[in-house]
Design a protein around this ligand. Structure first.
Ligand SMILES: [Zn+2]
Length: 302
């Protein structure tokens, strides 16, 4: 470190400059996130909305993008499909914030932003962490959340649920958590939808008379939907098979018997000549004819 031998160290020897750069970059990056709409990169102006991932947008721009169906092409907002995917923010205006160029002797504090925390008065500039209550849209700093212990929303006194608080412009780790949570919610909803469809199908099934013989309500059945459908299919198949087996039992086999009968009738038919009758094995001559040895017997010379 120096300084022990009487030397005076310079600032660059003691301070890691790179770290400072990183911090500044992060601050600048954060500042744009807090000032601009994530969809259009235009300055945020009320009404401002936040998505499930805590990103900020101009409501008007997002609504227009949804209506024109261009939102799905935007990487920053493709997860917003409708009003359920965002919350309108109740932001508190900062009286010290001056929009645009500063005239004369006015001092423009770059850390001042358009909005601030209504409880602690810290500006929403990316340095402080802010939360939105997804149920009412109230926005306040995490500092206020820690300082004020209240079972209700800190701003409007409405419902408060810790699981429904979304951190605005969260850190990448937190963002990943939100994404995972959203995926899980989507999967849950899809499962619920499937379940509903299954129940509807079962109800229709019961109404169509394919329900269980005991007349139990099909909704209480433990059997899953697809197998239920197979059951119906099997029943139909079985019916078809039964229907098919009937004609095969009475139809073709009986006609064969008739044919055989007709053949035997040839021998007693007075209209047929003896020569014609001898063509059939049913004639007396054929019946009395001794069979040849199985080795030498040639059916061609019968
Ligand atoms: Zn509230």
């Amino acid at each position: 470190m120096g300084a022990d031998g009487g030397t005076i160290p310079k600032r660059c020897e003691l301070v890691k400059k790179k770290k400072k750069d990183e911090k500044l970059d992060k601050h600048v990056k954060n500042a744009t996130k807090w000032r601009n709409c994530q969809l259009t990169q235009l300055p945020l102006k009320k009404p401002v909305i936040a998505c499930r991932f805590g990103k900020l947008y101009n409501k008007e721009d997002v609504i227009n993008a949804i209506l024109s169906k261009t939102i799905s092409k935007s990487a920053a907002a493709s997860h917003i499909k409708g009003p359920k995917d965002f919350v309108e923010l109740k932001l508190t205006d900062n009286k010290d914030f001056k929009r645009g160029d500063v005239k004369g002797d006015d001092y423009n504090d770059v850390n001042q932003t358009e909005f601030l925390c209504p409880i602690t008065n810290v500006p929403m500039n990316g340095i402080h962490s802010f939360l939105v209550n997804w149920q009412c849209g109230c926005v306040y700093s995490e500092k206020a959340q820690q300082e004020v212990k209240s079972p209700n929303c800190h701003v409007c006194g409405g419902p408060y649920d810790a699981t429904k608080m979304v951190i605005l412009n969260p850190e990448p780790e937190q963002l990943e958590l939100y994404k995972l949570k959203w995926e899980a919610e989507k999967a849950e909803k899809a499962a619920a939808k499937k379940d509903k469809a299954k129940k509807t199908a079962e109800k229709m099934e019961a109404a169509a008379g394919y329900g269980s013989a005991s007349g139990e309500p099909s909704t209480s059945e433990a059997a899953p939907g697809p197998s239920g459908f197979n059951g119906v299919g099997k029943n139909i198949d079985l019916k078809k098979k039964l229907d098919f087996s009937k004609p095969t039992a009475s139809g073709p086999s009986s006609s064969k018997a008739e044919k055989r009968k007709a053949t035997s009738d040839i021998q007693s038919d007075p209209t047929k000549s003896d020569t014609y009758k001898k063509l059939f094995t049913t004639c007396e001559a054929a019946k009395n004819k001794p069979d040849g040895h199985w080795v030498t017997y040639n059916p061609l010379y019968y």
